[in-house]
Design a protein around this ligand. Structure first.
Ligand code: COS
Length: 382
């Protein structure tokens, strides 16, 4: 549902102030501690951030994709680890349920997801199913009114805190591709489900990924999402949406870095002049600004088209591809503009440089986005 302009502007203003006043001062500490303060999580819950995308009738804010992206841009103006705390609830952890769940499933879980009481995770990736996500090996075998899950997932965001997983598992081993895969809601306290240690990562400290293991985990048949054998398509549609959300966060980070570069270049003097007076440096700022504007235009236009009911698989892939590569280039230029200071941890620029690297990998690598864009373009004939 689209908010009226006034309510939307108020929400954006509130999120902007929260990011500026509460989150930005904590960036270095969260990175250092690799943990998110509990009080910040509580404030995020109070602001409704866990329920941005959840329908109003279940306690969420029910934002349109366009409004979610506008909020995503604001959230991108600080360390992306903060967004990750509720990102799975807003996106990949909740959307299979929102789009394909039964009324009973929604009533049971969505209010808790919207309030942040239930943390969700999306468990698709496996050791042998990364980019080739149809190659799911985790098995789900029907046993009476249950399915029994066995297998392992990896790189699962927020698994260490999750109460509820959307798990893609193979129900039909005779079908090797996506057609034999089904999606399930699996509760964390199910006997046989264990979560591995949090992985040590290159960036985004304070956000966590872990392995998840299923050892004869019994899942009630009523927890199947959609129909048996449709789990791969469910996952792909969740990712179509998630890719737009990630694009908006990339744009926010780029805007933040451009502002930091402008502030630094205006203050720092060399050869008796501020850095900002040098045209070679202005060229870097102009390139970053142009690319950020282009990514924003593409992302918001695609979000509006999705809101209007169009299939935007190709356009969402293009947005994710362009925005994630764009913020990589912007972060690289930011290190260059800050010079030696860009390489020193105290200035925070090198942290963003590391943080943004994952955007070109998760929710589909740049190469996967290229595959999706090319396939569809070839199919359409241009
Ligand atoms: N929406 C709806 N249906 C989709 C779809 C989408 N976005 N993408 C694919 N499908 C359907 C296809 O239409 C096809 O249906 P039929 O069998 O009825 O024809 C089926 O799913 C299989 O699709 P496809 O043949 O394209 O599957 P591939 O194995 O070739 O894989 C890619 C497709 C590579 C695009 C997919 O595996 C992918 O996105 N990989 C990256 C996964 C990823 O992002 N992982 C990140 C981790 S999760 S955070």
């Amino acid at each position: 549902m689209a908010l009226d302009a006034e309510t939307r502007d108020q929400l954006i203003d509130t999120v902007r102030r929260f990011v500026t006043e509460r989150l930005r001062p904590l960036e270095a500490k969260v990175a250092e501690d690799d943990a998110m303060p509990d009080e910040v999580i509580e404030e995020m819950k109070g602001l409704g951030l866990f329920g941005l995308s959840i329908p109003e009738q279940y306690g969420g804010l029910d934002l349109s994709m366009e409004d979610e992206c506008l909020v995503g841009v604001e959230l991108g103006r600080t360390s992306p680890a903060f967004r990750s705390a509720f990102g799975t609830n807003v996106g990949i952890g909740s959307q299979a349920l929102c789009m394909f769940g039964t009324e009973a499933q929604k009533e049971k879980f969505l209010p808790g997801i919207a309030s942040g009481e239930i943390i969700t995770s999306f468990a698709l990736t496996e050791p042998e199913a990364g980019s080739d996500s149809a190659n799911v090996q985790t098995r789900a075998t029907k046993d009476g009114d249950h399915y029994v899950l066995n297998g392992a997932k990896r790189f699962i965001t927020n698994a260490n805190k999750a109460h509820l997983f959307t798990v893609m598992a193979r129900t039909d081993p005779s079908k090797p591709g996506g057609g034999g895969v089904s999606a399930f809601l699996v509760e964390r306290d199910s006997p046989g489900l264990t979560v591995g240690k949090s992985e040590k990562k290159m960036g985004q400290q304070g956000a966590h990924v872990s392995e998840v293991f299923f050892d004869n985990v019994r899942v009630p048949a009523e927890n199947l999402i959609g129909r048996e054998g449709e789990g791969f398509k469910v996952a792909m549609q969740v990712l179509d949406r998630g890719r737009l959300h990630i694009s908006s966060v990339c744009i926010g980070v780029a805007e933040r870095l451009i502002a930091d570069c402008v502030a630094y270049a205006s203050e720092r003097k060399q050869f008796g002049q501020p850095l900002s007076s040098f045209q070679l440096l202005q060229g870097m700022i102009a390139d970053s600004k142009t690319e950020a504007l282009a990514a924003k235009a593409l992302t918001l236009e695609t979000a509006r088209r999705r809101d209007a009911g169009e299939n935007v698989t190709m356009e969402a892939a293009a947005a994710k591809y362009f925005a994630s590569e764009m913020v990589g280039r912007v972060a690289d230029r930011a290190v260059q503009i800050f010079g030696g200071a860009g390489y020193i941890a105290d200035y925070g620029i090198e942290r963003f440089y590391r943080d943004v690297r994952i955007f070109r990998i998760y929710e589909g690598t740049s190469q996967i986005q290229q595959v999706i864009i090319a396939r569809e373009t070839l199919k359409r004939g241009g």
